[in-house]
Design a binder for this molecule. Structure first.
Ligand code: G6P
Ligand code: BGC
Length: 842
C-alpha cells in the first residue's frame, strides 16, 4: 500500500504535514513533471485502481537550456510548461484515449519550500546551482500553473494539484504491501533530503528534514576540513547547506580538487607538474569506483602527467571523500531511525528506507543496532510515487470541496457580522421603545440597579445563585477590608427543573436551610440577594415576574409569577431584598474591583448581556435622570425571524429538538448548552456523506446531547501529541477514527465555536457602540465583566471574541475582566445597597 502526503495548516497557523493513506484504488491518468539539476522529466502514469502496484508509465526527458537556471523565473517556468505540453501532445497523438478534459499534474520540485497545502509552496531557497532570484518567496505551484495556462495545449487542461519534494515521491515509490516505506533519502547527484514519518501519536506526518542545511549554525565545524571551506567559499551560496556540500556528488569532485591542490602545494603529489588546470572550478566530477587506469586517463585528459603513485593517491583521496560522505549519510539516517524508534516506544524498529541516487551502498553496518532498516532502491525514481501523491491530492481536493460545502453556511463573512451588529442595534432600540418593546426580540429589561459599586457597600448577606451549571448558596461579608465569602454547591435534579414550581422552590429552601445549618447561621436573619439567571420583568429590585424559562428549565406554575414572592411563600422567614440577573451580578462583582466595568456578559450554559443605559433612552421606565442597568436578554435575539438568514439546517434541527423550539435562537447559536449538539449534527451529516468515519455511524453518535460542549475545548486544544485525546473521546463514542477524521473533527469544532464567538462579538459591538454614542465620545474605554463556562474553559473562544470585537468596534477600547467568584457576590452587593436604602427609609 502506498501513501500520499497531505499538508494542511493547523489551527495555530503552523505548518503540519500529514500522511494520508494512498489506497490501491487510486486510479486515472496523472502527469508528473520533475525539475532536475539539468533536465526536466515528464511522465504520464496510469494507475489502474485494482491494487496493481505496477502502473503503466510513459516518459520524456528534456534538457534545460544553458543559463535558464540562473535567469528569470518566468523563463524557467515557461520552459517547464512547454515541456509538459510537448510531451502531452506527443502522448496523445500516439494514444488518443489519453485525451481527457482535465489532467492532474504532480510537480516534483526538489528545493526548500514552505508548504502550507499540497498545492501551495513558497520557495525559501534555491540550491544545486539554481538561482532565479525573482522566484524566492513566491508560490511555485501558482507560477507553474500560470505558465501552463499560457500554453495553447488545446487537447486538454492541466491542473497542478500537488507539489512535492523528490524525497516524498521516492518514499511513496518504495512502499511495499507488507511494510510502508517511512524514510526516504536522496543521496545521489547533489541533494541530501530526507523524509520521515514523525511521531506516530500525532498521526502520520511526513516531514521533509531538509538536512542539507545541517551544520549551517556551526555544529559541524569540528569536522569541516580546509578543503570543505574552499568548496563553500567558491559556491554560489557560501555558509549555507554545509552538510549537503560534504555529501552531495556535485561537491565531492570539488572537495577532491581542493585536496589535490593542497597536497601538490605540500609536494606530496604531482611533483614537477603544472597543475594550473586544477584551479578551474568543476573540472572534476565524481564517478563510482574508477580503476587506476581510468583515473590516469581522466588526469591526462586534463593535461596532467600523473605518475603511477599519483594515480594511486588520487584514487585513495576519492575513496576517502566518498567514504566520508557515506558515513555522514549513515550517521544522519541512524539518528533519525533511533528517534523514530524512541518516540514510538519500540524495542526494535522495522522500517523501509527508500533510496535514490548512487551513494547508498554499505549503509546497513553503520545503522543503529535497534533499527532493522531495509534499504530499497527506488526503481523508477520519484515518478511513480509522485503520481500516487497526485492521485491522493486529487481525491483530497474533491473531499475538501465537499467538506467546504457542508461548512460554508457556518462560516460568516465580515459583512454577515456587520449585519448582525446592525440588527442587534435595531432590536435594542425597539426593546427600549415604549411602543415597540412588546414585539422586540431583545427585551431590554430594566433591573432597577442604577449604580455600579462605589466601595461603600457593607454588611453580611445570604446569596442564592440559580440558573447556571451549578446552584449555589453563599454567605457574603462585605467590609471595609474587602469581601469574604463561603459557599456550597447543590444539585438541582432534572426532575425538579422540569417538575412543579412548588417542588423547585421547596428544594431551594431545603438547600438554604442545609447551608445555614452547616455555617451556623440558623439564628441570623440575613438579608438575601438572589441571582436568578432567567428573563424577568422587574417592577423593582425585589419584584420580578418570570417571563419564560430557558436553558432546560420548565418548572410549572412559575411563568408570569413574581419569583421573589415564590421564594417568600416557600419560607416566610426569608428576607429577600434584591433579585438580579447573572449578567448584572457579574457586572457588579467585577465593578467592585474595576469602576470602568459597566457591562456584564455571560457565555455559559446560556448567553446574555447587560449594560448601563441612560434613563432618557428608556421608554419603558418613568424618569429621565441618571442611568439604569439593562438586562438585554439577548439570547432571544432573532426569535422574531430577523436572524432567519443565518440559521443552517443543523441549527434548525437542534432548535426543534429543544423544549423551547423557536425561542432563544441567538443563544442556541452561541452557548454551551447547544454547541456540542450542533457539532454532533454536522458529524452525522458528514458521516452520511462518507466524509468521516468511513461512512459508519455509531449508534452512540446518534444519541441526543452525547457530544458535550466540553469536548470542543479538548478537541480544539489538541495538536500533535494531544490528538490522542480526540481519539479517546471518539473511542468513548464507539467511533473508529483515522488521523484524518480527527483533523476534520477538529475543523468542525473550530468552525462552530468560531461562529459562536463572532456572533457574540457582533452583539457586543452593538452594545459598546451604543454606549459610546450615548456619551458622545470619539473613543470609549469600558470594561466587560464576564463569566460562563464556555468563555472561561474554551481555548480560543475569548481570543476570537475579542479580536472580532476590535474589528467591528474599532472606536471602543474594551477590556474583559473574568469574574472570579460568580455573580452571587454581585447579588450581595446589590442587596447591600437595597438594605441600606430600606434602613434609611425606616
Ligand atoms: C456565574 C454565575 C451563574 C451563571 C454562570 C454562567 O458564575 O454565578 O449564575 O449563570 O456564571 O455560567 P454557566 O457556564 O455555569 O452557565
Ligand atoms: C437567560 C438569561 C441568562 C443567560 C445566561 C439565558 O438563558 O435567559 O437570563 O442571563 O441565560 O445565564
Amino acid at each position: 500500500m502506498g501513501q500520499g502526503a497531505d499538508f494542511r495548516r493547523s489551527a495555530a497557523g503552523k505548518i503540519s504535514a500529514s500522511y494520508c493513506l494512498c489506497s490501491p484504488t487510486e486510479k486515472g491518468n496523472f502527469l508528473v513533471v520533475e525539475l532536475c539539476q539539468s533536465q526536466v522529466r515528464t511522465l504520464l502514469v496510469t494507475l489502474y485502481g485494482d491494487g496493481n502496484m505496477s502502473p503503466s508509465m510513459v516518459y520524456k526527458i528534456f534538457n534545460l537550456p544553458e543559463g535558464i537556471t540562473q535567469g528569470k523565473g518566468e523563463a524557467l517556468f515557461d520552459f517547464i510548461a512547454q515541456c509538459l505540453s510537448h510531451f502531452l501532445a506527443e502522448t496523445i497523438r500516439s494514444d488518443p484515449s489519453k485525451a481527457e478534459e482535465r489532467l492532474p499534474v504532480g510537480f516534483v520540485f526538489p528545493f526548500t519550500c514552505r508548504q502550507t497545502q499540497l498545492d501551495k509552496a513558497e520557495l525559501l531557497s534555491w540550491s544545486k546551482g539554481f538561482n532565479c532570484n525573482d522566484v524566492l518567496g513566491k508560490d511555485v505551484v501558482e507560477l507553474l500553473q500560470s505558465a501552463i495556462n499560457k500554453q495553447e495545449v488545446g487537447l486538454c487542461h492541466m491542473d497542478v494539484v500537488a507539489l512535492m519534494n523528490d524525497t516524498v515521491g521516492t518514499m511513496m515509490t518504495c512502499s511495499t504491501e507488507a511494510r510502508p516505506c517511512e524514510v526516504a533519502m536522496i543521496v545521489g547527484e547533489t541533494w541530501a533530503y530526507l523524509v520521515e514519518t514523525a511521531d506516530e501519536t500525532s498521526g502520520r506526518m511526513c516531514v521533509n528534514t531538509e538536512w542539507g542545511c545541517f551544520g549551517d549554525d556551526g555544529t559541524l565545524n569540528d569536522i569541516i576540513t580546509p578543503y570543505d571551506e574552499c568548496v563553500d567559499v567558491e559556491s554560489s551560496n557560501p555558509g549555507e547547506k554545509r552538510f549537503e556540500k560534504m555529501v552531495g556528488t556535485l561537491y565531492l569532485g570539488e572537495i577532491v580538487r581542493h585536496a589535490l591542490i593542497g597536497l601538490t602545494a605540500e609536494k606530496a603529489i604531482f611533483t614537477g607538474t603544472d597543475i594550473g588546470v586544477l584551479r578551474e572550478k568543476g573540472v572534476f566530477t565524481m564517478h563510482n569506483e574508477e580503476g587506476t587506469t581510468e583515473v590516469k586517463r581522466i588526469l591526462e585528459v586534463l593535461g596532467l602527467q600523473p605518475s603511477e603513485r599519483d594515480c594511486g593517491r588520487v584514487q585513495q583521496i576519492c575513496r576517502a571523500v566518498v567514504g566520508r560522505a557515506a558515513t555522514l549519510h549513515a550517521t544522519g539516517l541512524a539518528a533519525i531511525l533511533s528517534y523514530m524508534c524512541q518516540t514510538r516506544d519500540m524495542e526494535t524498529l522495522m522500517v523501509n528506507v527508500g533510496m535514490d541516487g548512487e551513494l547508498y551502498k554499505g549503509y546497513r553496518r553503520l545503522l543503529s543496532p535497534e533499527c532493522m532498516a531495509t534499504l530499497l532502491p527506488s526503481r523508477d525514481g520519484s515518478g511513480r510515487g509522485a503520481a500516487m501523491v497526485t492521485a491522493v491530492a486529487l481525491r483530497l481536493a474533491a473531499l475538501r470541496r465537499e467538506v467546504n460545502e457542508v461548512l460554508a453556511p457556518l462560516r460568516l463573512s465580515r459583512a454577515d457580522l456587520e449585519k448582525v451588529q446592525a440588527l442587534m442595534r435595531e432590536e435594542m432600540e425597539r426593546g427600549l421603545g415604549k411602543e415597540t418593546n412588546a414585539t422586540a426580540s431583545v427585551r431590554m429589561l430594566p433591573t432597577y440597579v442604577s449604580h455600579t459599586p462605589d466601595g461603600t457597600e457593607r454588611g453580611d448577606f445570604l446569596a442564592l445563585d440559580l440558573g447556571g451549571t451549578n446552584f449555589r448558596v453563599l454567605v457574603v461579608r462585605v467590609t471595609e477590608e474587602g469581601i469574604t465569602m463561603a459557599s456550597e454547591i447543590y444539585v438541582i435534579p432534572v426532575s425538579i427543573m422540569q417538575g412543579t414550581g412548588e417542588a423547585l422552590f421547596d428544594h431551594i429552601i431545603d438547600c438554604i436551610i442545609d447551608f445555614q445549618t452547616k455555617q451556623n447561621l440558623v439564628t441570623d436573619m440575613l438579608p438575601l440577594g438572589f441571582t436568578f439567571s432567567f428573563p424577568c420583568q422587574q417592577m423593582g429590585l425585589d419584584k420580578a415576574l418570570l417571563l419564560t424559562w430557558t436553558k432546560g428549565f420548565s418548572a410549572s406554575g412559575c411563568v408570569g409569577q413574581d419569583v421573589v414572592q415564590l421564594l417568600r411563600d416557600a419560607a416566610r422567614r426569608m428576607q429577600v431584598v434584591a433579585l438580579v440577573n447573572d449578567t448584572v451580578g457579574t457586572m457588579m462583582a467585577c465593578g467592585y474591583d474595576d469602576p470602568k466595568c459597566e457591562i456584564g456578559l455571560i457565555v455559559g450554559t446560556g448567553t446574555n448581556a447587560c449594560y448601563m443605559e441612560e434613563m432618557r433612552n428608556m421608554g419603558t421606565v418613568e424618569g429621565d435622570q441618571g442611568r439604569m442597568c439593562i438586562n438585554m436578554e439577548w439570547g432571544a435575539f432573532g426569535d422574531n425571524g430577523c436572524l432567519d438568514h443565518l440559521f443552517t439546517h443543523f441549527d434548525q434541527v437542534v432548535d426543534q429538538s429543544t423544549i423551547n423550539p423557536g425561542k432563544q435562537r441567538f443563544e442556541k447559536l452561541i452557548s454551551g448548552m447547544y454547541l456540542g449538539e450542533i457539532v454532533r449534527q454536522i458529524l452525522m451529516a458528514m458521516t452520511e456523506k462518507h466524509l468521516l468515519f468511513q461512512g459508519k455511524l455509531s449508534s452512540k453518535l446518534q444519541t441526543k446531547n452525547i457530544f458535550q460542549t466540553k469536548f470542543l475545548s479538548t478537541i480544539e486544544l489538541s495538536n500533535g501529541l494531544a490528538l490522542r485525546q480526540i481519539q479517546a473521546i471518539l473511542n468513548e463514542l464507539e467511533i473508529e477514527a483515522s488521523f484524518e477524521d480527527s483533523v476534520l473533527l477538529r475543523e468542525v469544532c473550530q468552525t462552530v465555536s468560531l461562529r459562536a464567538a463572532q456572533l457574540c462579538a457582533a452583539g457586543l459591538a452593538a452594545v459598546v457602540e451604543k454606549m459610546r454614542e450615548n456619551q458622545g465620545l470619539e473613543q470609549l474605554s469600558v470594561t466587560v465583566g464576564v463569566d460562563g463556562t464556555l468563555y472561561k474553559l474554551h481555548p480560543c473562544f475569548s481570543t476570537n471574541l475579542q479580536n472580532t470585537l476590535k474589528d467591528l468596534a474599532p472606536n471602543c477600547n474594551v477590556s474583559f475582566m473574568p469574574s472570579e467568584d460568580g455573580s452571587g457576590k454581585g447579588a450581595a452587593l446589590v442587596a447591600a445597597v437595597a438594605s441600606r436604602a430600606a434602613n434609611a427609609m425606616e
